[in-house]
Design a protein around this ligand. Structure first.
Ligand code: GRF
Length: 207
């Protein structure tokens, strides 16, 4: 299966996918495109280092959002990707890409949805909010993407304990290492194997 990975920042989740295509559970998966919303994303260096085609598309560089949305669709179509993976991608997708790739776009969110998600909840913020609320577990969620932030069907979740000495940064790191880098490749594996079904906004895994 061919996939496109959308990024905006450091790209550690992209790296986890790349590593799994080499020596892990995704050896039959090809990353055909890395699409970045920022020219400065370190994820672009990771793509280049691994010979993966990349493109930068900033909505601000287009006449309007519709034109940008159209260009995103064209890039994904041209790449031949069957699945779009949002891995730290910070822009809200346009309606065209969401409808053309309905049930074929997934996102990783660094909290247990429906907690600490939605507009503005990115980067360190979900972890700050989790500690401020005093939750005893947090984690990450892979979900399908619709037009609203973090509202599509939940595919996989993994939790970790919140520890007494956690800072937002420590919790963020633990969730990336123990949850995100594991469940995002796993979600791609399940979809590639045709093991995921969606009914009435609920995702079911058929093992
Ligand atoms: C991750 O915490 C991801 O869950 C969130 O943004 C962060 C991206 O990190 N959506 P990276 O760019 O994959 O290193």
């Amino acid at each position: 299966m061919k996939i496109a990975v959308f990024v905006s920042g450091g790209g550690t989740n992209l790296q986890a996918i790349i590593d799994n295509t080499k020596t892990g559970i995704l050896q039959d998966i090809e990353i055909v495109l890395v699409l970045s919303s920022s020219p400065d994303a370190y994820a672009l260096t990771r793509a280049a280092d691994n010979g993966i085609k990349s493109v930068v598309l900033r909505s601000a560089d287009f006449a309007d959002k519709a034109e940008w949305d159209q260009k995103v669709v064209e890039e994904v179509k041209a790449s031949g990707a069957e699945l779009v993976v949002l891995a730290g991608y910070l822009s809200l997708l346009g309606p065209k890409i969401v409808s053309e790739y309905s049930n074929r776009i997934i996102n990783i969110h660094p909290a247990l949805i429906p907690s600490f998600c939605g507009a503005g909840m990115y980067g360190i913020k979900p972890h700050r909010a989790a500690l401020a609320r005093g939750v005893k577990v947090s984690g990450a969620t892979v979900h399908f993407v619709n037009e609203n932030y973090d509202e599509g069907p939940i595919l996989l979740q993994k939790s970790v304990d919140v520890l007494p000495d956690d800072t937002p940064e420590i919790l963020q790191k633990r969730i990336m290492k123990e949850c995100e880098w594991e469940i995002l490749p796993k979600a791609i594996r399940l979809i590639a194997d045709g093991k995921v079904e969606i009914n009435n906004n609920i995702a079911y895994v058929r093992e």
